[in-house]
Design a protein around this ligand. Structure first.
Ligand code: BDR
Ligand code: CA
Length: 314
């Protein structure tokens, strides 16, 4: 088995964030989750924090602290996605009030303190939402940038086009200035864009397999997937829905399931038409230095087999 890796999960749950968190917490052999930092995104911060607490509670891993982070993008008004995720952000199953409470302190301080405390190059940031918390930490404490092992993030799109505008994917669009700071930071980036997540489509058999596990976690993942599938299958005309954020954790666990190119990726922050676009030099037509492993494909069966095997542990 590969060596255990230390990660911080930065997230805005969101059903797909929730599945990603469960996948990570079900994989203690490979991943040591130092903490979960929450950001405003799919729904406002009080709801994303509540959802993160419920998901960590559902996993049974009370030892993992959850911190509230930034409640709005760096320089812009909030943009949310209730039409995808429902009014709570985690519609599909009612988990009630969380048994856990948020840890004291701000998520950004946790990121800074953790990176300063842990050995340089040992902590990976796994980001599943807008990059506001990470950019704020990098701006406030530039000394931590060189201490990050890498950032593995769900965000962006190239050939697939955007999901919130024709050019932009949600996580980047919500806070393009934050994304710009992260993409220019010099940290090793692994980017899981819509080009790969739209190849990781759910199937009826997979959902029913989870339900058949007969566990709370299996039932929750099946109910969440049923909920967001309705919106996505109508939007994209596909049979299943993309399970975006678990791709980040799956890459950590099984990078061999994915394929991509090390290329230059920059963020559009000016144009009204293409705001939040990940300008990805897939064909290497510029001389701009590569800064990101931009993933383009996934072994879908392997990905879903991994998810089922891990969710079954909870
Ligand atoms: C991303 O946006 C959110 O709605 C999902 O949770 C995912 O992180 C996909 O564009
Ligand atoms: Ca998300």
């Amino acid at each position: 088995m590969a060596e255990q890796q230390k990660i911080i999960i930065d997230t805005d749950p969101g059903q797909d964030d929730a599945v990603a968190i469960l996948l990570a917490l079900a994989s203690p052999g490979e991943l040591q989750v130092l903490g979960v930092t929450v950001v405003a995104g799919n729904v406002p911060l009080p709801l994303t924090v509540r959802n993160a607490l419920n998901v960590v509670g559902l996993s049974g891993r009370q030892d993992v602290p959850v911190f509230a982070g930034c409640d709005r993008p760096l320089h812009r008004e909030s943009v949310t996605a209730e039409e995808v995720h429902g009014a709570t952000g985690l519609d599909g199953i009612d988990l009630g009030e969380p048994a856990l409470t948020a840890a004291p302190g701000h998520g950004v301080d946790f990121i800074i303190d953790t990176l300063r405390r842990e050995e340089t190059g040992t902590v990976t940031l796994c980001t599943l939402g807008p990059l506001t918390n990470i950019a704020t930490a990098f701006t406030r404490a530039p000394d931590i940038i060189a201490r990050v092992k890498r950032i593995v993030l769900m965000g962006g799109a190239l050939f697939e086009g955007g999901n919130v505008t024709p050019a932009a994917e949600f996580n980047i669009y919500v806070d393009p200035e934050a994304a710009d700071i992260v993409f220019r930071s010099g940290v090793d980036l692994v980017v899981l864009p819509l080009d790969v997540t739209h190849k990781a489509l759910t199937s009826r058999a997979w959902i029913e397999g989870l339900r058949a596990l007969g566990t709370r976690a299996g039932a929750a993942v099946a109910a969440w997937t049923d909920f967001f599938e309705r919106y996505d299958t109508q939007k994209y005309g596909t049979e299943g829905a993309p399970l975006h954020d678990p791709c980040v954790i799956a890459w950590m666990l099984r990078p061999d399931l994915f394929d991509g190119r090390f290329i230059n990726v920059e963020i559009e922050t000016q144009s009204a038409l293409t705001l939040g676009m990940t300008v990805a030099d897939w064909w290497r037509v510029t001389k701009r230095a590569p800064n990101a492993l931009f993933i383009g494909s996934v072994d879908r069966d392997g990905f879903y087999a991994l998810l089922t095997e891990r969710i079954a542990r909870l």
